[in-house]
Each structure stands twice: as C-alpha cells, then as structure tokens.
Design a protein around this ligand. Structure first.
Ligand code: ATP
Length: 460
C-alpha cells in the first residue's frame, strides 16, 4: 500500500486526497485535534482552539523543534520574553511605521482584501480591475490603504495614546532586545543563537485556510548571531539544516521546496531571504522563513535605546554589531503541514479507513490498549498494562465498541500501535501489537511491551 492510496478515488492536482481541507477540518473536530474558538457563540474570526489530541501533537512538534534547535546544541540558548513590550521596541523595529498590508475595499459588497493577494490570485487582471472574490463584481475596488497588522491595547487604567501597548507580531524583537543579557549571562561567543517559542498576534485582513493563517498563532524562532562576512555561509548552513529537519519529521520531500525572495519580495531589513514552502491542497505556500537580517535590528535598537548592543571579540579585540540569521516557523502551520502530509484514505478488507501516518514520536497517543471483550479478566489485564506503560509512553485505554471500530478510531488519531488483550493472554501472558501502517500483528509478552515499543519508535 503506498502512502498516497486513496479509497475515494484519485487525488487532487496537488497530489492530496480530494477535498482534503474539508476532511481535515472535520477529522480535527471529531477526533479532538482542533476546534473553532468560542464555537457556541458562533466562533471568532480565525482563532482556533486545540483539543486533547491537538495539544499533544502540538507539544510534540514544539519539543522536537526545541530538542533540535536548543538542547542538542552547545551554541544555542533558550529564551522566553513577554507578549507585551515597551512600545518603543516596535518603533525601532519598524513595525509601527511599516508592518502594514495594502488593503482595498470592494465598493459593492464592502469586503476588504489584500491587494497583493488579489494580484497573485488574478495575475491577468489589471491593477484595480480584479473580480471581487465574494460578490463577483469586477473593477469596483478602492485605492489601497495601508493597514497596520499589530493589535493595539492599553496598559493601565487610562486609555490614551500614552498607554498604548501592542501584542507582539513576532517573537524576534524580544530576542534582540535581550541580546546582551543572554550573551553575557550564558557567556556565549559568536557565533551563537537564541531560540524562543511563543504566541504572536497579527490582525490579518484575509485569514483563512483553517489554521494556515490565523490572528493568534505560535512561532518558533531562532536568531543566530554571526560575525559580518560569515553571514552568507551561515544562511546556507541553516537553510540546509532546516530542510533536513523537516524531512526527518517525515514530511514528503517532493512536497517541500525552497523559494528565494526576489528583490521585490525582500523585507526592508533583509539582505537575502528564503521560504520553505509546502505543497498544500491550496497550492505552494510558505511555512518557514530563513532570513539574513543583517545588523538591522540590533543597530536600530542600539540607536533608539541609546544602549550599546555590540559584541566584543576578545581574540581580535574588535567590537562590532553582529549580523542575524533568522529561522522562523509557525507551529500551527507546521501542524497543518504534518496533518496534510500524514492524512490518507485507503481500502482495508473491503472497508475504507482514514489514517494519519504520523511519525510515531509525534503521535498524540503512542499505544492504545484494548481488551478484546469486556469479560474474562481482560479489562483488568488491559488496565494493568496501561498503568505500567503510562509515564513512559502516551497510552490510551479503550474498551467500547467492536475491536474493528476501536482500530479505526486509533488510525484516525494517528496512533502507531494498538495492543490487544485476548483469550490467549490469559493463558500465556502475551498480547497482540498491531502496526498502524503495515496492519501486521505480532504477539509480544506483556513483560516485553515497553522494549518492543522503544525499539519500534527508535526505528521510526
Ligand atoms: P505570510 O507571508 O504568510 O503572511 P510572513 O512572511 O509574514 O508570512 P514571517 O513573518 O516570516 O511570515 O513569520 C514566520 C512564520 O510564522 C511563517 O512562515 C508562518 O509559518 C508563521 N505565520 C506568520 N503569520 C501567520 C499567521 N497569520 N498565521 C499562522 N502562522 C503565521
């Protein structure tokens, strides 16, 4: 069975199961991966909540990233900065003046769109002559207006301009303003990096595609500080490492590609920038950015704050503002990539099954434990196995419904192993372990289960 087998017949032009996004949204709700925010009140535009399985998958992805970027490296330190910061930070970074999207409004239905999105989606239409994606009327757009994406709020009891604060639109600035704190307290020498994961907020005008573009999301960002002159090489190194990591997560290589920003795409701070794109059901889209931000951010914060943000190289006795290579990935977007890539539908014994072929170490549940029937001491044995494995593995006990239905539910949750206690267990203390992908079942002694799972996970 290939990983692209689809019982529903064929694939969409992007090589996915047809209508994959609709199927994912429905699977995510039914199985408890993702819910619409405040659903009982009709929801809130483009904010989502993560359910019991979703929160585990997200946590596994975050931890895999942290292990790769921080704990497995000597040259990277972790950091966690506040969502609220001194508003001057966002003046120095350029966000107050420039973190804007050009917005046009359809005069007919009064819906607003990003001008660059309309140009991308309707490349043959002249500027302003697009067709409105909502009401269908052509050429009725206003001139673009710059719209700042930062959420504004107020600190303290008075709501005036003096008490304005912003919800951060990226974690990076919190890292830059702490550059000296981290470097000096951790006694790091250049080159070294500072990593953070955390929530960011952007008042996106046209959010959409489920959790692809939302107004509240989580980022995982590394700022790697290097000596000017070595920046091109470091950018290439990080580009390669990041691609390798994504492939190692099990994402299909043929659905990944690098896109280099052309001169018109480059952000004002960037010397060179690359996107890692995934072939989503709605086309190739970025989910990670790798940028050479030069000394723009540190130099700008040095100038605005009046505090030195230089690095002193004891060996060469030189002082300089380091260059920054940034790798920035959205955790929610990565979550969507991993789900889209893992989702398959296939025929099994004349039946259609939906399966998430998640890498076992990412799966929310590692092993589900079933008593074949609810009698003859089987539930007690299954509970004892679950209690024994819990703590070392993410396990789940289920005794409701037919065994076939229990397998299907776990396939949809992406659980790689299902352990079943049956009649033979009461005779010889062995259980069956079913593999999610091959559907093979092997008999394993209860006492050898932990080792069996560990070995299977190691070879994933
Ligand atoms: P886009 O062009 O899609 O708006 P961007 O280039 O502004 O993204 P960056 O500022 O480089 O994105 O942010 C790094 C990463 O953060 C993106 O690759 C993406 O994974 C994630 N991200 C950015 N905006 C959003 C959003 N509104 N919702 C979810 N994830 C986001």
């Amino acid at each position: 069975m290939s990983s692209d087998d689809t019982a529903a017949g064929g694939q969409d032009p992007q090589g996915h199961v047809p209508d994959l996004m609709d199927r994912l949204v429905s699977l995510c709700k039914q199985r408890g991966f993702v819910f619409q925010s405040s659903e009982i009140y009709g929801g809130l535009g483009s904010v989502y909540d993560y359910g019991p399985l979703g929160v585990e998958l997200k946590r596994n992805l975050r931890e895999a990233w942290w292990r790769e970027m921080v704990t497995s490296r000597e040259d990277v330190e972790g950091l966690e900065t506040g969502i609220l910061m001194n508003p001057e930070v966002w003046v120095a970074s350029g966000h107050v003046a420039g973190f804007t999207d050009p917005l046009v409004e359809c005069r007919n239905c009064h819906r607003r769109f990003r001008e660059d999105h309309l140009s991308e989606e309707q490349p043959d239409a002249e500027r302003g002559q697009w067709q409105c994606p909502v009401c269908g009327v052509t050429g009725e757009f206003t001139e673009p207006r710059q719209f700042n994406l930062m959420f504004r709020t107020f600190m303290g009891p008075v709501e005036d301009e003096g008490s304005v604060a912003y919800l951060r639109p990226e974690t990076a600035q919190g890292t830059y303003v702490n550059f000296r704190n981290v470097q000096e307290s951790a006694r790091q020498k250049i080159p070294f990096g500072v990593a953070q994961t955390g929530r960011s907020f952007r008042n996106e005008i046209t959010p959409g595609n489920f959790i692809f573009r939302t107004r509240e999301f989580e980022q995982m960002e590394l700022q790697y500080f290097v000596e000017p002159g070595t920046d091109d090489e470091w950018l290439a190194t990080w580009r390669e490492r990041r691609m390798e990591w994504l492939v190692g997560l099990g994402i299909r290589e043929e659905r990944l590609r690098l896109h280099r920003h052309g001169p018109d795409e480059l952000a004002h701070y960037a010397k060179e920038a690359w996107d890692i794109q995934y072939r989503f059901p709605f086309g190739w889209q970025e989910f990670e950015g790798i940028h050479n931000r030069t000394d723009f951010d540190l130099a700008s914060h040095q100038e605005h704050s009046g505090k030195k943000l230089e690095y002193f190289d004891h060996q060469t006795q030189e002082r300089y503002i380091p260059y920054v290579i940034e790798t920035a990935i959205g955790l929610d977007r990565l979550f969507l990539v991993v789900l889209a890539d893992a989702y398959a539908e296939e025929e099994v014994e004349g039946d259609t099954r939906t399966v998430l072929r998640l890498k076992p170490s990412l799966a929310p549940i590692t092993a589900a434990i079933f008593p074949l029937v609810k009698k003859d001491g089987m539930p007690e044995i299954a509970h004892a196995i679950a209690d024994d494995l819990r703590g070392r593995f993410a396990v789940f006990h289920d005794e409701s419904g037919s065994i076939g239905r229990r397998y299907r539910r776990q396939d949809e949750a992406g659980t790689p192993f299902c352990i079943t206690v049956d009649g033979q267990t009461t005779e010889d203390d062995t259980v069956t372990v079913r593999d999610r992908d091959t559907l093979e079942q092997v008999r394993v002694p209860i006492s050898g289960l932990a080792e069996h799972l560990t070995t299977a996970m190691a070879g994933e």
